[in-house]
Write a protein that binds this ligand. Structure first.
Ligand code: ADP
Ligand code: NI
Length: 206
């Protein structure tokens, strides 16, 4: 089967699974990660596009945050990919990268070795910063019943959503692997800094 057809079919399967997801891991997040990954691969002139595409599309179908284990994720991804008669090596590479690319609340210290993994990890992180990243952070905080901001607790990462910017989002630009990822991250980082300035200047209503 041609790679373009495999990618189109997997897009439909994942769109059906994630369409109504409301915590910021929805289908549109996945599609953006796919598109950004392809742009980075193009700019870098590197990476196997089939593996990059499959990892991008499948990276959130069974996220650890929703209680899935690595073994669950392996089973779900294998089930999705089985009909396409891909080589075991392609399926193994996709599962390996998906299992090792997630931030996992900072517990994941694994540094991805391959360019395919690094490209999709950059794209996933880019979608956590900038204007979209701001929207996703507050959507996620609302899902967790967290307040926007608790001034006296903003050093506790789980207390409020503004805390999450300091705990994670403002650090992401320095963790980019690729040159193209670094470039894209700079503008998005500035948007978050501007947003935080504006947020704090409006905070007390004066
Ligand atoms: P990964 O997909 O790498 O595991 P996460 O699932 O932690 O990353 O994050 C996915 C999205 O949810 C990101 O946009 C992130 O900013 C947001 N998010 C995760 N944890 C929090 C939090 N404590 N407060 C606000 N947003 C969060
Ligand atoms: Ni993601």
């Amino acid at each position: 089967m041609r790679n373009e057809i495999i990618i189109e079919d997997v897009k439909h399967i994942v769109a059906d699974k994630l369409r109504n997801e409301a915590t910021g891991h929805d289908w549109w997040h996945t599609l953006r990660v796919y598109n950004t990954s392809m742009d980075i691969a193009e700019a870098e002139g590197n990476g196997n596009r089939l593996i990059i595409g499959l990892v991008a599309l499948l990276h959130d179908v069974a996220d650890h945050k929703f209680g899935y284990t690595d073994a669950d994720r392996e089973a779900i991804i294998t089930d999705i990919l089985r009909p396409f008669e891909l080589s075991d090596s392609v399926i193994d590479q996709v599962i390996y990268i998906v299992n090792n690319m997630s931030f996992k609340q900072g517990k994941n210290k694994h540094v991805l070795e391959t360019i395919e993994g690094r490209i999709v990890q950059d794209a996933d992180r880019l979608d956590a910063i900038g204007a979209i990243g701001i929207a996703r952070a507050f959507a996620y905080g609302g899902h967790k019943d967290r307040p926007l901001y608790v001034p006296e607790h903003s050093d506790d990462p789980d207390s409020d959503t503004i805390g999450h910017f300091h705990e994670k989002l403002l650090l992401l630009k320095d963790g980019m692997h690729t040159e193209a990822g670094k470039q894209k991250a700079l503008a998005r980082h500035e948007r978050m800094e501007q947003f935080l300035k504006d947020f704090h200047s409006e905070w007390d209503g004066h």
